[in-house]
Design a protein around this ligand. Structure first.
Ligand SMILES: Cc1cc2nc3c(=O)[nH]c(=O)nc-3n(C[C@H](O)[C@H](O)[C@H](O)COP(=O)(O)OP(=O)(O)OC[C@H]3O[C@@H](n4cnc5c(N)ncnc54)[C@H](O)[C@@H]3O)c2cc1C
Length: 286
């Protein structure tokens, strides 16, 4: 049973940390489910804590990279998406103290809760690949990624600008956003389709390098995708994990399953970066 709280105190029935797709959905669902059960919460009983200026519709970045959408349509000011019945605390959470059912924000404010939801998403580890961050900000590097707002439009520029050569698409070993990791494949298929429709496919070799042993994490889909890959003439290099990018010389280095490395030349390189838990969560009691 949840205790009664007022909207103005720093004590809430529910604190939701993170207002991405998960946090916003959960906070709203909790509010509406209580209402549907005839136990309406008061406005302000649920706090949603996030300092972000914008909320991003991340699946839209695949469409931006495919030239089908402008990137400005993939974000909205966060404050405009938070309904009045939720209290928006525009700060980030720094520490969790489950013993006292509270969290502390970056400014030192303590928020107490009856129930806590942590929905802070995954961290993109751009620095997990040597040279990647520099390559992404260099407009002439040929290196791009749909995995951020800042870089997703560069993907389409590189696809449209490519006339011949080696178009490389990568997937890291380990977890990635989007179940099974299908978007690194989708952007590759979209690029290949574009090359075909614009009569460039015979001059561009598309290659898929993945740190994983298969095309996809679910076998029955993986098997079909591998057949499609071969039918479409796309090279497949498995257990090849991208570890460094030398954008000045257009070279990418992969670590293989046996521990050895392989360096290749690329003309364009689409990188799906490694991802993992946020630093502030790693050593937290959560
Ligand atoms: C290119 C791309 C394509 C995708 N396509 C699909 C698709 O087709 N289908 C699908 O289901 N999924 C897709 N996804 C995945 C989907 O977008 C994510 O799974 C989803 O956005 C995750 O939502 P989230 O709320 O968990 O995290 P996020 O949306 O990342 O939000 C996390 C929030 O937590 C906040 N935060 C971080 N740290 C703190 C802190 N210390 N304190 C407070 N707040 C904090 C951040 O500011 C952010 O607002 C795609 C993702 C990408 C990148």
């Amino acid at each position: 049973r949840l205790s009664s709280t007022s909207a103005t105190s720093d004590t809430y029935k529910v604190v939701v940390v993170g207002s991405g797709t998960a946090g916003l959905s959960v906070a709203n669902q909790i509010f509406h489910r209580f209402a549907a059960a005839g136990k309406s919460l008061n406005a302000g009983d649920i706090a949603i804590v996030d300092s972000a200026e914008f909320h991003y519709y991340q699946p839209g970045w695949t469409l931006v990279g495919s030239g089908l959408r402008s990137k400005s349509t993939t974000r909205e000011p966060l404050a405009s998406l938070i309904p009045k019945h939720l209290t928006h605390i525009s700060e980030n959470v720094k520490t969790f103290t489950p013993e006292s059912s509270s969290v502390t924000t970056a400014s030192g404010r303590t928020l107490s809760y009856d129930a806590l939801v942590v929905a802070t998403g995954l961290q993109i580890n751009w620095n997990g690949i040597q040279g990647l961050s520099q390559a992404l900000v260099d407009s002439g590097s040929g290196v791009s990624s749909i995995y951020s707002y800042d870089t997703c439009d560069k993907v389409w520029n590189d696809i449209e600008g490519l006339r011949n050569g080696n178009a490389v698409f990568t997937q890291p070993a380990g977890v990635v956003k989007c179940a099974g990791g299908k978007h690194q494949l989708l952007i590759m298929w979209m690029a290949l389709d574009r090359f075909k429709r614009t009569s460039r496919a015979d001059k561009i070799k598309v290659n898929f390098y993945t740190g994983m042993p298969t095309m996809f994490s679910v076998k029955k889909y993986s098997d079909v995708l591998d057949v499609l890959r071969q039918e479409r003439g796309v090279g497949g290099f498995f257990q090849h994990n991208l570890v460094s990018v030398d954008s000045a010389n257009h070279k990418a280095t992969f670590k293989k399953a046996d521990g050895t490395t392989e360096e290749i030349d690329y003309t364009t390189l689409h990188v799906t970066p490694p991802m993992g838990p946020l630093d502030f969560l790693k050593n937290s009691p959560v």
